[in-house]
Design a binder for this molecule. Structure first.
Ligand code: UD1
Length: 352
């Protein structure tokens, strides 16, 4: 019999890529998602249960109705500016709901957990690359709510036989090369999405937030990781726990940084559109440079990324953005796998 796993937030950007890979790997997947930002269309495998982690009765019922061998916990709020404006909502949705989930895990004796954390737990870093032992000093409620969730998981694991893998994501970008999955945001604010929007003429220009950093070209540097490789890290983590691996915290990045100017240049080159770029002052709270030391994840999970290339990240994002709005399609150099059947596939999601 296939192993049955619970994926909270499986209708969202990263969760939906993981659900697709879990389905292809033969797992029986149950997605629990309130669909506030996720979409039922993104659930390409398994069963979707529309529900909120704050609804503890419903959550208990879902655990009682299924025998899960592991839980993958993605459901969360993810915007730093929003977390500054509404901190209590972030602690409720991210921290308190993780507690609700852990209570169910405790009652049902779940022994394996994979948790979506973020590089935001590190805050202002003094040196790069960032290792897992770099001090955690989050500077906003989003990062703090995630770090508190990490502590809940660690404390509960110390008092039980739960084993976990906490994955700290760096800058996640890109989309499924087949074009079925990607980020569905009504308003894009992150760099690669914004530049792709400009290339697709959905905005008139894109701004560089700060050109006076002490980096080679004066603009901010980040470690962009393709969402497919990040999804694969989750499957590797799951197999690692299934084989008896110890609890771990692992950075998810490539260990390579790109500047804002480099990203703009690649989006222009790949799209063939010379969109206007303006230079403005720094965005409050933006660190100069954040790159991951990715040695540990490669060693512990034998993680072998396949899309470690800025051009692939950009081209898959462009392809997704074109398709999701129904624009005339161009492949932007993306090879579509033979297995892909494009947007006609909607999976077998069913809400209960
Ligand atoms: C991203 C995540 C954040 C996560 C963090 C972890 C997003 C939206 N945010 O933040 O949740 O905690 O990584 O490291 O994915 N920039 C511009 N112009 C723009 C947009 C951005 O110049 O229009 C610059 C920023 O100043 C920064 C870089 O591009 O230097 C990346 O910014 P962004 O894509 O917003 O991600 P982060 O802020 O790094």
């Amino acid at each position: 019999m296939n192993k049955k796993v619970l994926v909270t937030g499986g209708a969202g950007y990263i969760g939906s890529h993981v659900v697709r890979q879990l389905g292809e790997a033969g797992y029986d997947v149950v997605v629990y998602d309130n669909c506030s930002t996720g979409s039922p269309q993104s659930v390409l495998h398994g069963k979707l249960i529309v529900g909120d982690l704050a609804d503890t009765d419903h959550l208990h019922q879902v655990f009682a109705n299924h025998e899960f061998s592991a839980v993958l916990h993605f459901a969360a709020s993810i915007s730093v500016p929003e977390s500054l404006a509404h901190p209590l909502d972030y602690y409720a949705n991210n921290t308190c709901n993780t507690l609700n989930l852990l209570r169910c895990c405790s009652i049902m004796g779940i022994k394996q957990l994979i948790f979506s954390s973020t590089a935001a737990v590190y805050g202002e870093v003094e040196s790069n690359p960032v290792t897992e032992s770099t001090p955690t000093q989050p500077i906003n409620p989003y990062g703090r709510s995630k770090l508190m969730s990490e502590w809940l998981i660690q404390d509960y694991a110390a008092a039980s036989d739960l084993r976990y893998v906490i994955l700290r994501y760096f800058n996640v970008a890109g989309a499924e090369p087949g074009g079925r999955l990607g980020q569905r945001l009504p308003k894009v604010t992150h760099l690669i999405g914004s530049a792709c929007d400009a290339a697709l003429k959905r905005r008139s220009q894109v701004a560089i937030f700060g050109t006076d950093f002490s980096t080679p070209d004066g603009t901010g540097i980040r470690d962009y990781i393709h969402v497919e490789d990040l999804a694969t890290a989750h499957l590797d983590a799951l197999r690692y726990l299934e084989q008896g691996g110890n609890s771990e915290i692992l950075n998810c990045g490539y260990g390579q940084g790109y500047s804002v100017r480099q990203v703009m240049e690649r989006v222009k080159a790949i799209s063939g559109v010379d969109f206007p770029v303006i230079e403005t002052c720094r965005r409050p709270g933006d660190p100069e440079c954040v790159t991951a030391c990715a040695d540990k994840i490669r060693k512990v999970l034998d993680w072998q990324p396949k899309y470690n290339d800025l051009d692939t990240i950009v081209s898959t994002t462009l392809k997704w953005e074109m398709q999701r709005e129904g624009f005339a399609s161009s492949n932007f150099g993306v090879e579509t796998p033979a297995t892909s059947i494009g947007l006609a596939v909607r999976g077998n999601a069913a809400s209960v």
